[in-house]
Design a protein around this ligand. Structure first.
Ligand SMILES: [Zn+2]
Ligand SMILES: [Zn+2]
Length: 180
């Protein structure tokens, strides 16, 4: 998949598989504001079968990132894929997302973020989680590491409680790096 938007737009959101426009547009609006960059949305692209691990019933995040690097192929933009399958990463049973530090690409998974979506306030909470995880992975792409401040968006979420506790904002320290 080649898309001319990748050549000119600093952040591209890629719906990988059947992701709703509402979610994609929400992410695009949020990250455009947070990172003060133009955001392009690529057409939906079918999930590649290669990174699927049938024994685990999950996608291998590292292999997905490799595919994303190929899709981005030489453009200078940053690419964030959004998928709706569970991802694992070596050493972790699952991850909410994965990215190449100071690199080209990242991915977030909606699957686990949806937990409790039918509860009162569940949909707003789902969108808030999506927002935090998208900003978090883009933070990595722009060179930020994990932060020890639980409220900071760069805090590592090992479960949904971590995600729900943190904000969608960078702490002062991470924000300074982000602005650089
Ligand atoms: Zn992280
Ligand atoms: Zn921080």
């Amino acid at each position: 998949v080649k898309n001319s938007l990748l050549q000119t737009d600093p952040i591209t959101i890629l719906p990988f598989g059947d992701i709703s426009d509402e979610v994609i547009n929400h992410i695009a609006a949020i990250v455009g504001r947070k990172f003060e960059r133009r955001v392009a949305v690529n057409p939906r692209t079918p999930l590649p079968p290669g990174p699927y691990n049938s024994a685990r019933g999950q996608y291998n995040g590292s292999l997905l990132l490799k595919d994303l690097r190929g899709i981005r192929d030489g453009s200078s933009g940053k690419l964030l894929a959004v998928i709706d399958v569970d991802i694992f990463s070596p050493g972790f049973n699952f991850v909410f997302g994965q990215a190449i530090l100071d690199g080209c690409c990242g991915v977030i998974s909606l699957t686990r973020l949806r937990e409790g979506i039918d509860e009162p306030g569940g949909e707003a909470r789902f969108y808030s989680r999506v927002e935090k995880e998208a900003v978090h992975e883009l933070g990595h792409i722009f060179g930020l590491r994990h932060c020890s401040t639980p409220k900071c968006v760069m805090y590592f979420s090992s479960n949904l409680a971590d995600t729900d506790r943190k904000s969608a904002d960078f702490c002062e320290e991470c924000g300074v790096m982000n602005a650089a």
